[in-house]
Design a protein around this ligand. Structure first.
Ligand SMILES: [Zn+2]
Length: 277
């Protein structure tokens, strides 16, 4: 990125889980058909809202959701529609795995198959080059001094408990960017004043979108307007737009779009894959 280019860039990434994601989320026995319908109708709402502002974003989608089958358990046509309206499609794994608990071979297959099924849903018109790990795991990245005890599968007992291992597999499968969550010990204790929406940098042959911010509240609006970082990464879940009084609520999302676009600052919304240009 050109640091002399003064415009600020915002990347929005939606974690679009689908039915398989809901089944494999932290409360796997809470499947709810209404939530599934709500998630999809919120995606339609997001697409219309973003069109109003002419903003393009990224949707990270579980690969299984791109398979042929019955709507709304799978939705390849919707995935194609999202892409046709100018948004980027990234992989959110094959079936929303808690990565540290799986073997190398399983995650390798998840990366391969999700990329393939999503690209097939796009009629192979676009390549899927981004990966958004489900549950934001692993959060441990030893090389960066980041250790998380919340990973359930802890390195070295679980190989994929360390982000370096995940990155190896991403490189093998031709992914070009990944969203990573971790706190090193300094950030944990807030010794470093940092970009709360994370930094973006190249590591080996892949772009790391680090420590994104979840949601659209006043805190992040203020952060974007009052600081001068080159990039800001924000994540959200379509389903969460329906929850009032949450950071990801619809009211906050609309307020975010309005305040950011009405500010007189040079702010641009970009896709993660634009980083590769
Ligand atoms: Zn997810």
């Amino acid at each position: 990125m050109n640091k002399f280019n003064s415009s600020k860039k915002i990347i929005i990434i939606w974690d679009f889980d689908g039915a398989i994601g809901q089944i494999n989320s932290t409360l796997p026995y809470n499947f709810n058909f209404e939530s599934l319908e709500k998630e999809i109708s919120n995606v339609e709402y997001i697409l219309d809202k973003l069109d109003e502002y002419n903003i393009k974003t990224c949707f990270a989608i579980t690969g299984f959701s791109a398979e042929n089958g019955k709507f709304p358990y799978v939705f390849p046509d919707l995935i194609k529609k999202i892409s046709d309206r100018g948004h980027e499609i990234a992989s959110h794994s094959w079936r929303h795995e808690w990565i540290p608990l799986f073997t190398n071979d399983q995650i390798n297959k998840s990366l391969k198959r999700s990329k393939m099924s999503l690209e097939k849903a796009l009629n192979f018109s676009k390549e899927v080059v981004g990966f958004v790990p489900p549950h934001n795991r692993p959060m441990t990245w030893l090389m960066k001094g980041a250790i998380s005890l919340g990973d359930r599968g802890i390195f070295p007992f679980f190989k994929l408990g360390d982000t370096s291992q995940l990155i190896k597999l991403l490189l093998i499968n031709n992914y070009k960017w990944v969203r990573i969550s971790h706190n090193n010990i300094f950030q944990k204790f807030n010794f470093l004043k940092r970009n709360i929406t994370g930094k973006i940098y190249k590591y080996k042959n892949i772009f790391i979108l680090e420590n994104h911010y979840t949601g659209f509240d006043d805190r992040v609006i203020k952060h974007i307007l009052e600081t001068n970082h080159s990039t800001y990464t924000i994540s959200a879940h379509p389903l969460m737009l329906s929850l009032e009084n949450k950071i990801e609520s619809k009211i906050n999302f609309e307020n975010f779009l309005k305040k950011i676009t009405e500010s007189n600052q040079q702010i641009e919304f970009i896709l993660p894959s634009n980083l590769l240009l």
